[in-house]
Design a binder for this molecule. Sequence first.
Ligand SMILES: [Zn+2]
Length: 263
Amino acid sequence: MKATLTILGCGNSTGVPAIGNYWGACDPKEPKNKRMRSSILLQTKTTNIVVDTGPDFREQLNRENIQTIDAILYSHTHSDHINGIDELRVIRHRKKALVPIYGNTITIVELKKRFNYLFKGGNHELYPAIIDPIEIIDDNYGKAHRVGDIDFTPFEMDHGTCKSVGYRFGDTAYCVDVWNIEQSAINTLKGIKTLVIDVAGYRMTHNKVHASLDTIYRLNKEIKATEIYLTSLTLSMDYQTLLNELPENYIPSYDGLSLPVEL
Ligand SMILES: [Zn+2]
């Protein structure tokens, strides 16, 4: 079955431009350099799934004219991936049902601590609960889950400061934020055509949180994706410069980019 993956945002934690209209090495005249915080939308005719709800979540959904969401999948709890979670209030009222959210155990525990009032049984005397947490435990890695008519398979990744979760959707996978991927997860990724992956470490060999280009080359020797879309792009990564520098099949993402997915 066919689906579409839309890059809602391909920026790292600062976004581009950063506050102060600071563009770093990015050319302000290139529209593809304008980057909201990292997130994607997976869409079929009947189902919408979003990975992460960063600070730009509301604007991203309005830009793509999305009315409702069937589930949120969380990668990890760094603020640039979760801080738009309060915006799910509108989705909850529209659905007249709690919004399912998926995350690993540390993500669900941390979200409950920071956004207690959004959960059933939380501290929300005047406001109803908004979200319904579904925990991805170790046994769930590498196994298919279903929301609406979209199957997804979570796998564990190493983000240096914490374990994060990547998601495979048919012939496509989304790996954000990631520093390294262990063998068991690589096995889940084998056979994909399209890999969308965090490259905020770009040329930095000392970065212990985000993947460098060399790390991605190494991982893809086994994964063997034929199209690698780079995301989590920083102020030092100008779109045209990346296009000129990158080898064939390594493509910089931009906000609003849509990719076909075969589920
Ligand atoms: Zn992170």
